[in-house]
Design a binder for this molecule. Structure first.
Ligand code: SF4
Ligand code: SF4
Length: 407
């Protein structure tokens, strides 16, 4: 985890704790119901963000405590079942039965931290819960207004998102936008313009989403993620000038967010502003060297501008980080062809096909490579496969509207 984000999250928890009800001793021991630590196993929606998982791991690595086993926690939250169809963890694996307490208390996630002090409307609260009548109930539609430090948390999540590795290989694809709105996914939540915008976007009603995002920007002017969402919506609507403006607005609120630099670069590139796009991709890579998509996009951009050696260096860097990416190998092969390195291009394309047999573009490229070497039979074979796959698959490699366009 990025150390700066870790520190910010630590401070965030310290501040959040000031908003919680303070009680003497372990009142939960008397309750004995475990409701909050068995909620997910009983079928409830208990969401924890990637930022919080990372924080738990990092917290215990730093303190020298045996590393908290976050994977077991994830199994519990996802209600993972055994071969007999029973949930593997009926109680959260971090629950200490002897102490009747949380074993990762200082690093526990927000949902656990606020339970008792704040209840999201509709959440079950056991009758014997100490906090039942003193905790505040929050309507989901008022979440951002009433939940303590909700916007600060969202801001941190956006920063964390910008620092995550981004891969293109199938087994490791990182989703570019983590909506993380599981708790808010009901009709009432649509009273909030930000949630409404997200819902419309998710339902594919792109033309209708911009307006609620603009309203949300007025309502929460310091939250950088909203102009970023607006920008993404506008890119999908091909309103690039406006999208660029929205991304710049996001960056003015959060200048070190690598993800915002990345999406701005993408919009600039689509708009033909290659020099500006290059600067933004460079900044995105500087802030997050694990962003393989930004590295590859920068490599493609250099290729477009005729800087073939720079492109080669970047592809090599990207392939080191993400060697199982058919996507990268396909784009790298295009560069190799430009450099007239036919044999190496052929080998990259064959590797791409082996890694991802359903991805059509390498077949077409391979047909070209075989035919210039007079390997007619092989060329016909891959061309046939390309046509077959292309019929089945129109828009491969799209992840929330972003893709590495062909150079
Ligand atoms: S239900 Fe209430 S009293 Fe019982 S363990 Fe949970 S927070 Fe504590
Ligand atoms: S992390 Fe701690 S507080 Fe949260 S569910 Fe697990 S044991 Fe309970």
């Amino acid at each position: 985890m990025n150390p700066q984000i870790f520190e910010k999250m630590k401070q965030f928890y310290e501040e959040l704790d000031k908003h919680l009800l303070s009680v003497e001793g372990n009142v939960c021991k008397a309750c004995q119901c475990n409701e909050c630590c068995t909620f997910a196993a009983k079928g409830g929606k208990h969401s924890v963000s990637d930022l919080e998982f990372d924080y738990i791991e990092h917290y215990y690595q730093k303190t020298g405590y045996p590393q908290a086993n976050v994977s077991l926690f994830k199994e519990y939250l996802s209600k993972k079942k055994d071969n007999n169809g029973n949930v593997i963890h009926a109680v959260c694996p971090f629950f200490n039965h002897e102490e009747h307490a949380c074993s990762i208390y200082p690093a526990r996630p927000i949902s656990c931290r606020v339970y008792g002090s704040y209840f999201l409307e509709g959440m079950p609260v056991p009758s014997k819960c100490y906090f039942k009548n003193i905790g505040k109930t929050i309507k989901t539609g008022n979440f951002f207004k009433e939940f303590p430090m909700a916007l600060e948390f969202c801001e941190l999540k956006s920063q964390h998102m910008g620092s995550l590795p981004m891969r293109t290989s199938k087994k490791e694809t990182t989703s570019l936008i983590l909506w993380d709105l599981a708790n808010l996914d009901n009709d009432d939540a649509a009273n909030d313009p930000f949630i409404l915008g997200c819902k419309l976007e998710r339902e594919g009603k792109l033309g209708k989403a911009a307006e609620p995002f603009e309203q949300a920007m007025k309502l929460y002017p310091s939250w950088s993620f909203i102009p970023c969402c607006l920008g993404t919506n506008l890119v999908r609507l091909k309103r690039l000038e406006e999208a660029i403006k929205a991304y710049k607005q996001a960056l003015s609120l959060s200048p070190d967010n690598a993800f915002y630099h990345f999406v701005l670069a993408f919009a600039l590139k689509l708009n033909g502003q290659y020099d500006e796009a290059q600067l933004e991709y460079e900044k995105a890579v500087e802030l997050n060297p694990q962003n393989v998509i930004a590295l590859a996009s920068l490599a493609n951009l250099h290729q477009k501008k005729g800087n073939l050696q720079a492109s080669m260096n970047l592809f090599q860097k990207a392939l080191k980080l993400d060697p199982d990416s058919a996507f990268l190998r396909f784009h790298f092969a295009q560069l190799l062809l430009k450099l007239n390195e036919i044999k190496e291009a052929e080998s990259q394309l064959e590797k791409a096909i082996e890694l991802e047999p359903d991805f059509p573009p390498p077949y077409l490229q391979a047909a070209h490579v075989y035919s210039i070497q007079n390997k007619t039979l092989q060329a016909q074979e891959v061309m046939k496969k390309y046509e077959e796959l292309s019929r089945k698959q129109l828009a491969a490699s799209l992840t929330f509207g972003f893709h590495l366009e062909k150079s």
